[in-house]
Design a protein around this ligand. Structure first.
Ligand SMILES: Cc1cc2nc3c(=O)[nH]c(=O)nc-3n(C[C@H](O)[C@H](O)[C@H](O)COP(=O)(O)O)c2cc1C
Length: 344
């Protein structure tokens, strides 16, 4: 097994191809082909109900990731948390795409106060060869998708758990993996009660159903990607996106591995970091042959999120909950065309 390298770690320098400023100072810039490559990877990121709330453009030689306010969910995401998580995840994919071609980026989060929609600016840093970890995580991008089906009961190896925790830490976030049935039941209770709150909210449910789609749609969640209908014995709430019952004997794993991803605080920059960390954890899991699904109900309901934060007893704020395990193979969900998200 290859050793784990930090995505931002340095390697041997490569030849620079940048131009010169009028004063003769060396400068390097990304080009349109880099923007396309970065954006093609970025759009594979997860987003709430597959809303894909992002855009990408080239400005002053840097690649910018922008939030798309027109695609922010008015009810489920009135504060923009989910947009920032999704754009952070997209930023991570873009970083990996640039790194594997030997032109890694330096990331500036929210570079311009006057333009709050600019989530991140990727500035071309010194060239270097990609690390093994960058190559592995990049290769995992097209293989990562949400899997809301039951997983096998097999435990996730300690070495993979450690790599996922390290992945979150490398992005200034934390990943708390719940150990033991007591912690798991505590989380399940919080998640189920948050789910009940959201199920009782007619506006929330109407918006949610609006994102349940046929396979051919370029956004929203295809019916085939939803979970089977909830049953009374289920520990965790899973989003069904349709009304299909499960095959008999196909219950969810009795002791799922649940991770809570958190950031130091809950400002916009913390949420963008959490999105990057989320994607890094998900790609690490995918690279190790693991499946995942996200459970954001306890993050979306403020009282539940606060309860979850207190139950963990660590500083910082939960930003996402994940279920990780060995799953049956599924398929990636659709995305809009690249042309729709590029601003030229
Ligand atoms: C902020 C955020 C919240 C999410 N919440 C949930 C959730 O509660 N339940 C769920 O099944 N999937 C959740 N997802 C996963 C999205 O539905 C999924 O990423 C999207 O449909 C795209 O599909 P993919 O992950 O297969 O690429 C969430 C994703 C994000 C980024």
């Amino acid at each position: 097994m290859r050793s784990f390298h930090h995505v931002a770690s340095s390697g041997p320098p490569r030849r620079e191809t940048g131009g010169l400023t009028p004063k003769g100072i060396a400068m390097t810039a990304y080009e349109e082909s880099d923007l396309r490559r970065a954006a093609a990877a970025a759009i594979r990121a997860p987003s709430l109900h597959n809303s894909q709330p992002w855009r990408f453009r080239l400005r002053d030689g840097g690649i910018e990731v922008l939030a798309d306010p027109a695609r922010q969910l008015a009810v489920a995401d009135s504060g923009g948390w989910a947009v920032r998580i999704a754009c952070g995840a997209a930023t991570m994919n873009a970083r990996l795409a640039l790194a594997v071609q030997g032109t890694p980026a330096e990331v500036v989060i929210r570079p311009d106060r006057r333009q709050p929609d600019v989530v991140a600016r990727l500035i071309r840093g010194p060239g270097r060869a990609p690390t093994y970890a960058e190559e592995d995580l990049f290769a995992a991008i097209p293989r990562r998708y949400s899997n809301r089906q039951p997983f096998w009961p097999d435990p996730v190896p300690a070495e993979v758990r450690a790599r996922m925790i390290e992945g979150a830490r490398a992005e200034s976030c934390w990943l708390e993996l719940l150990v033991g049935m007591t912690a798991l039941s505590g989380f399940a209770e919080i998640a189920q009660s948050a789910d009940r709150v959201l199920r009782r909210d007619i506006r929330y449910q109407t918006e949610f159903l609006g994102w349940s789609q046929a396979d051919a749609a370029p956004d929203g969640v295809p019916v085939r990607a939803g979970a089977p209908l909830a049953e009374p014995q289920d520990l965790l709430p899973q989003r069904a996106f349709a009304d299909r019952r499960r095959a008999s004997g196909r219950d969810f794993e009795p002791e799922p591995l649940v991770g809570i991803l958190g950031a130091a605080s809950d400002g916009a920059a913390d949420q963008i970091s959490a999105g990057q960390a989320l994607q890094r954890v998900l790609l690490t899991a995918t690279d190790a042959g693991l499946a995942n699904s996200m459970i954001s109900q306890p993050i979306e309901v403020p009282a539940a999120r606060d309860q979850l934060r207190r139950s963990l007893g660590r500083s910082g704020v939960p930003q996402m909950a994940l279920r990780i395990g060995y799953g049956h193979p599924g398929r990636p969900t659709p995305r809009r065309d690249l042309a729709e998200v590029l601003e030229m």
